[in-house]
Design a protein around this ligand. Structure first.
Ligand code: GLA
Length: 380
């Protein structure tokens, strides 16, 4: 028996949990064919649903105290509240592929904070994707499901994101980060360094304008490729541009495009080195690259904010911290910290106190665990 989360749906047919994620390294490279290192975390979207008799989707977002319903025919994002665009987008993307999508009554709640860079929207998409995959017998693998959800976000919601977030929520492996090559779509779980803990520090600052700035950054990367192709014919993306080639050719790029593209080229290189350290279990060397990654997001890609810089700076002085950086798209949200397990509790307290005394703001800081990807349970 499934224990219902809302009296709106006392006997749900399906119960689904889809996790949020942190990214350890490889930021803003997933739409440049790079390698990323996310981990699913123990914060979830929890969805319960039953099939409806007609082709209508009835949704309740328990945390927001909001309901909406819409027919599956003729779906348009602008007719829906923001939060309903993610489930609707998944249905839309599936129907684009000619897949059957049934009407449902669904209720959901989430422990993934919204707009904090921990992929709350991907978790919603993956939860609904997993539901319809089961209900309508699509037979999709987890990776295919992630791609469908990415299409929903790109084409229905209008954020031109890469595949990392949906991938992590769908394919997470307990205790592991996932080394995910966004070009070949191959992935390998890599254990976190022995004796280390993952600490998330939420600056409390929520993203604003993230969608549009994000899309602009992506457009800059594409422009860099267009220009560099004059000198390096045959490149498909910034993944194909080595650091040395970039150094020689960078002066051909307009200033902002140059800074942004430099971040991507160097970050792709950094992840390749970092993966080796991770495989050797060397938290210290890996952490050093996290700090470098943060500096690059701050100075070159320009997606950090003072609160995130302060969190990283404080963390770097606390005992037992291997590395710290902003995680996710930036513009607010969280840092991820790799910390010696034994020092983790003291680290959490020290970081919280100093952050408040420096900024007057309160950070929510917690130790998190790398977790399984989406899971589904059927009722009787
Ligand atoms: C957001 C996007 C991801 C990725 C990150 C930055 O989370 O959804 O695809 O691009 O930003 O690394």
């Amino acid at each position: 028996m499934i224990k219902p989360i809302s009296s709106d749906l006392p006997t749900p047919q399906f119960d689904i949990r889809a996790p949020g994620r942190v990214n350890l390294l490889g930021e803003h490279v997933d739409y440049n064919d790079g390698i990323v290192l996310p981990a699913a975390i123990d914060r979830y979207v929890h969805l319960q649903a039953s099939q409806n008799a007609d082709d209508v989707v009835e949704l309740t977002a328990l945390d927001l105290g909001q309901k909406t319903s819409f027919p599956l025919e003729n779906l348009k994002a602008e007719n829906l509240p923001d939060w309903a665009r993610y489930p609707a987008g998944v249905a839309w993307a599936a129907m684009q592929r000619g897949l059957k999508v049934s009407g449902i009554r669904a209720v959901f709640t989430s422990t993934v904070p919204i707009g904090a860079g921990l992929s709350s929207s991907a978790a919603v998409e993956v939860a609904f994707g997993a539901l319809w995959n089961e209900l309508n017998g699509w037979g999709m693998s987890r990776l295919e499901l992630a791609r469908l959800c990415q299409q929903a976000e790109n084409q229905f919601v209008g954020v031109n994101c890469g595949l990392m977030d949906q991938f992590a929520s769908a394919c997470g492996v307990e205790g592991h980060a996932l080394m995910f090559d966004t070009r070949s779509l191959e992935y390998e779980p890599v254990p976190l360094p022995p004796g280390s803990a993952l600490v998330i520090a939420d600056s409390g600052v929520r993203r604003s304008l993230a969608g549009s700035v994000y899309n602009q950054r992506r457009a800059d990367c594409e422009e860099a490729v267009r220009i560099l192709r004059n000198f390096l014919p045959g490149i498909g993306s910034l993944r194909d541009v080595g650091v040395e080639d970039f150094n020689q050719l960078a002066h051909h790029l307009p200033e902002q495009v140059r800074l942004h593209a430099r971040h991507v080229v160097e970050e792709i290189d950094r992840v390749q080195k970092a993966v080796e350290w991770l495989k050797q279990g060397n938290g210290k060397a890996f952490g050093q690259l996290m700090y470098e990654g943060h500096a690059s997001l701050r100075d070159l890609y320009q997606v950090s904010i003072p609160e995130l810089d302060i969190l990283v700076e404080i963390a770097s002085r606390l005992p037992g911290c291997f590395g710290a950086r902003l995680t996710g798209a930036g513009f607010g949200g969280c840092t991820v910290n790799l910390v010696e397990e034994e020092a983790a509790q003291t680290f959490v307290q020290g970081l919280a106190q100093e952050y408040t005394s420096r900024t007057g703001k309160r950070a929510e800081i917690y130790i998190c665990h790398a977790s399984e990807g989406v899971s589904l349970q059927k009722g009787q």
